[in-house]
Design a protein around this ligand. Structure first.
Ligand code: FEO
Length: 393
């Protein structure tokens, strides 16, 4: 890519990872991703904000050809996709100081091995002048690591937010041009990365709102020329409100659980509840996570393996627990051959999900008329809970 000006004296230096399909050996990236650094040229000094993933270091370094001097390297976030090339930067620019939070210094030392003498720790609210531009540092911890901060340049009305408000989206666009596309990618990003830290996000958005910015420049995906668009999306995702929807991940082995799922889906639809069904054999775990941003209810469905919970449901439950969705109601259904410990095992895996349990239905072998009646009763309970809950919209 080429460096692109997004404000006078401020360039986007994006490394677009078109081919990447997995992050942290865990998170699917169906649309690739990008790592954004930003070059901020003031009348007296120049700063680069964040860097790139080591795999794409050449992208960053080639876009810096001709940049003779960098005075400051701002590290908003120490995860290696933004900090992994700082060792090359401090070698190329021997006078540059690394500006970061105290926690980030500790983490850049332990994770990247950066030398202590290159750091200058900045406090929350501290400013560093570049001449006609000012870097103001705003601590925004836990989006999504403890050391994270944002950098605000008041003269340019731009906020550099690193992962916060970002999206895993490989694109040649500089700015958001397709809001539906960016909304989907940003929601996936929120679901997978940010959702566990909803309380911190609520506080950090309150802290950022008073700042007078008209552009948000994140470290993944296109730049927001309309900050209200992404702020509004975040406000909805972090709000107490949930949707009249059920997220229903399932597995089936010999068809009994699938018969139960099909019956329950129809029963819920008849009662006006939308259902998102995910076959865990083929589901992108990110799609499941996105569904959990909004759904009021989570119903897991699986057969028993020997007497234990199905391993694919165990994995999905572990991930769901990790991302801490705001679901308010839950249930487990499924089948077994001769005995089952599935309900107790799955319940033990999701302590972070503070949901009211609406029931568990475990059927020995094929579902019967009685099983279908139990599923109808579960659908009644879901519809009633949603209808009576003021947070379900
Ligand atoms: Fe994009 Fe948390 O790194």
């Amino acid at each position: 890519m080429i460096a692109r000006e997004i404000k006078p004296g401020i360039q986007l230096i994006a490394s677009v990872h078109w081919e990447r399909r997995l992050f942290d050996s865990l998170i699917p990236l169906p649309e690739g991703t990008s790592y954004n650094a930003y070059l901020v040229k003031g009348s007296e000094a120049t700063a680069i904000i964040d860097a790139t993933d080591p795999e794409l270091s050449n992208d960053l370094m080639s876009q810096l050809e001709g940049v003779e001097k960098i005075d400051y390297i701002v590290s908003n976030h120490t995860e290696q996709d933004h900090s992994g090339v700082i060792p090359e930067l401090i070698e190329k620019y021997p006078e540059a100081q690394i500006l970061c939070s105290a926690k980030a210094q500790e983490m850049l030392s332990t994770h990247i091995g950066l030398p202590e003498e290159r750091f200058r720790v900045v406090k929350d609210g501290e400013t560093v002048s570049l001449g006609d531009k000012t870097l103001r540092f705003v601590y925004t911890p836990w989006v999504h690591w403890p050391e994270t901060m944002s950098t605000f340049v008041p003269e340019s009305k731009i906020l550099f937010s690193c992962d916060f408000f970002g999206s895993h989206l490989a694109t040649s666009d500089t700015f958001v041009t397709d809001k539906a596309e960016t909304f989907r990618a940003a929601k996936r990003y929120y679901a997978e990365i940010m959702m566990p830290f909803r309380a911190a996000i609520i506080n950090n958005i309150k802290k950022l709102e008073p700042l007078d910015f008209d552009m948000i420049a994140p470290s993944h995906g296109p730049v927001h020329q309309d900050p209200g668009f992404i702020l509004e999306a975040y406000r909805k995702w972090i709000s107490p409100q949930v949707a009249n929807e059920v997220c229903l991940p399932y597995i089936t082995m010999h068809g009994s659980t699938k018969l139960m799922v099909d019956h329950l889906v129809d029963a819920l639809v008849k009662r006006g509840v939308k259902v998102h069904v995910f076959d865990l054999n083929v589901t992108d775990i990110g799609d499941l996570a996105m569904s959990l941003v909004d759904a009021a209810t989570l119903i897991a469905a699986a057969p028993t393996v020997h007497v234990n919970a199905h391993p694919k449901l165990v994995y999905a439950a572990y991930v769901a627990n990790m991302i801490r969705p705001k679901v308010k109601y839950a249930a487990i259904i499924g089948s077994y051959g001769w005995a089952t410990k599935q309900v107790e095992q799955i319940a033990g895996l999701i302590p972070n999900i503070k949901a009211e349990v609406l029931g568990s239905i475990m059927q020995k072998g094929l579902p019967t008329a009685e099983t279908f009646a139990q599923l109808d009763a579960l659908a009644d309970a879901v519809a009633k809970a949603h209808a009576e809950d003021p947070d379900v919209v």
